[in-house]
Write a protein that binds this ligand. Structure first.
Ligand SMILES: C[S@@+](CC[C@H](N)C(=O)[O-])C[C@H]1O[C@@H](n2cnc3c(N)ncnc32)[C@H](O)[C@@H]1O
Length: 494
């Protein structure tokens, strides 16, 4: 079917004639909302008119434009419509839109994300009561899952460990090469504490950043494939696992690399367990400087009975680098609201002053007379909504962080083309963030089934990616298709 191309035009607002029999109504409050939307987003939806400047659709936008004092508005002229078509379309334009629904879960996640970013949710057209009820529902869903987990004694909704796949395609020791859009990532199925196995990755370059989220203390048993040190059956075992993984880092990292490790709280016997203490001390005696300590604000807290504690809403990120190494400054990658403006300066061109010295005097401000820069260093509180829901079709993982989290860290501490290391790859979130930001990723995961999950997830996001086995050259997609054909019950899902 061939349709005429649309032509966008601008008309003086005064020549447009509203339809006298327009059955659609607009309250003053709604017109104010549309005006606010036009002021924030600019024109995104022109007014539809007939061949004689009669308005077909966009009466609300026209009133809002008048309210804003605009003298011209964008229009699309539909002069080809007959009189009856025009009258019918005036109804259809409104009524067809009403037939669409909302995925309330996704809607709530979108609103929560925008709220976290400080966006004025009034501009989305939802009123305060609607937003609150959606956010309450989102939190209530999380709470129900968490309450179940508490009842099971696992303490965290993400502890619900799905059945492992019947059979994994990946075998221990496999190294997969993931090529897509000029980037090459490597995913090795091994114990990240096995320095010999892991050093295989260094043959193709060393990473300038390690970002990862290990299992927390004795909280989760992801896989029964590891026994001995690091089998996650106690804080002592956790220490041993972390020490072995961190001892292997120099084999794959550049000497001045940054290491950022995400850990959450663990409560036992009605107390917070500082399970990281032994490991932090080990890091220090092994040349790792405790360089920074950040908070990941995960969005609205989870209501429910937390045994008398406040609702969990954050985790930590520990930042290390080698003692004596030159400090790598974070990228200034966060836009400044007052970029290019000088409103933060006093009338005489000076600022409110610098930092206070020990004796109480103030240091001079070294940007006197300059305008506010375009971008700044990110906050040490990372405001990123926690992950919710499944990560792909037929695939899941019990402890996924959102892609936005590694993306944020990668954008702070690396440049496009750099390499990052992820020793606890899980479902491959850091791989996806690396691809998204143009970095190469070297990743390790101990559980063959989760390697399958990570590769399948990567393909669901990047169907044209080429994934090959480093030794045999076999194609992952072909192997997967063969496996699913011969064993239909096999699902590469954890
Ligand atoms: C907290 S999860 C990481 C989840 C990941 N950030 C994501 O978004 O999917 C920890 C992962 O580390 C894996 N793991 C545990 N011990 C390991 C080890 N010694 N070497 C490599 N991977 C390990 C677990 O199987 C699990 O998939």
């Amino acid at each position: 079917m061939e349709l005429d191309a649309l032509r966008l035009d601008y008309r003086p607002i005064d020549v447009l004639i509203p339809y006298a029999r327009n059955a659609r109504t607009h309250s003053d409050a709604q017109i104010a909302q549309i005006a606010a939307s036009i002021a924030e987003f600019g024109w995104t939806n022109p007014i539809l008119i007939d061949g004689a400047n009669g308005v077909i659709a966009g009466h609300g936008r026209l009133l809002a434009a008048r309210k804003l004092g605009l003298t011209a508005v964008p229009v699309i002229e539909l002069e080809h419509l007959t009189e009856h078509q025009k009258r019918a379309y005036i109804l259809a334009d409104n009524q067809l839109a009403l037939k669409a629904g909302w995925d309330e879960e996704l809607l709530a996640v979108e609103l929560a994300d925008l709220k976290l970013a400080g966006f004025d949710l009034g501009l989305t057209g939802f009123d305060d009561a609607e937003v609150q009820s959606l956010l309450d529902k989102l939190v209530a869903d999380d709470s129900a899952a968490d309450t179940d987990a508490e009842a099971n004694g696992t303490g965290d909704a993400t502890d619900n460990i799905p059945e492992p796949p019947v059979q994994s395609l990946t075998q221990a020791g496999d190294l997969w090469l993931i090529n897509h859009a000029g980037l090459t990532h490597r995913l090795l199925c091994a114990d990240a504490g096995d320095a010999v196995a892991v050093s295989r990755l260094a043959a193709s370059g060393r990473a300038s950043l390690c970002f990862t989220s290990p299992p927390y203390a004795s909280q989760r048993l992801y896989t029964s494939s590891r026994t001995g040190p690091g089998a996650n059956d106690g804080v002592g075992q956790w220490d041993a696992m972390m020490q072995s993984v961190c001892a292997a880092l120099p084999a794959v990292l550049q000497p001045d690399a940054q290491v950022l490790i995400n850990l959450g709280l663990v409560h036992q016997d009605s107390e917070v367990q500082p399970y990281w203490d032994g490991w932090l001390a080990w890091m220090r005696t092994n040349g790792w400087r405790r360089f920074g300590w950040y908070v990941w604000d995960q969005g609205p807290g989870l209501p429910g009975d937390w045994n008398g504690r406040l609702a969990p809403a954050f985790e930590f990120i520990f930042h290390f680098n080698r003692q004596g190494s030159e400090v790598r400054r974070p990228n200034k990658n966060v836009p400044c609201i007052y970029a290019g403006r000088d409103t933060h300066l006093r009338g005489d061109g000076t600022s409110a002053g610098g930092m206070r010295n020990k004796d109480g005097s103030k240091t001079a401000w070294n940007h006197v007379g300059t305008l506010t820069q375009d971008t700044k260093i990110a906050d040490s509180v990372l405001r990123i909504m926690r992950h919710k829901g499944k990560i792909g079709q037929d695939i899941d993982h019990p402890a996924v962080f959102p892609v936005a989290l590694p993306q944020f860290v990668l954008e702070c501490f690396t440049q496009a083309g750099d390499m990052v290391f992820e020793p606890f790859c899980g479902s491959g979130t850091t791989l996806l963030a690396a691809q998204k930001t143009g970095r190469h990723c070297h990743a390790v995961e101990i559980a063959p089934s989760y390697v399958d999950v990570a590769l399948k997830r990567f393909l669901q996001n990047h169907p044209n990616a080429r994934i090959t086995h480093a030794d045999s050259g076999e194609d992952f997609k072909d192997r997967l298709a063969q496996m699913e054909a011969t064993a239909p019950s096999h699902k590469v899902a954890a």
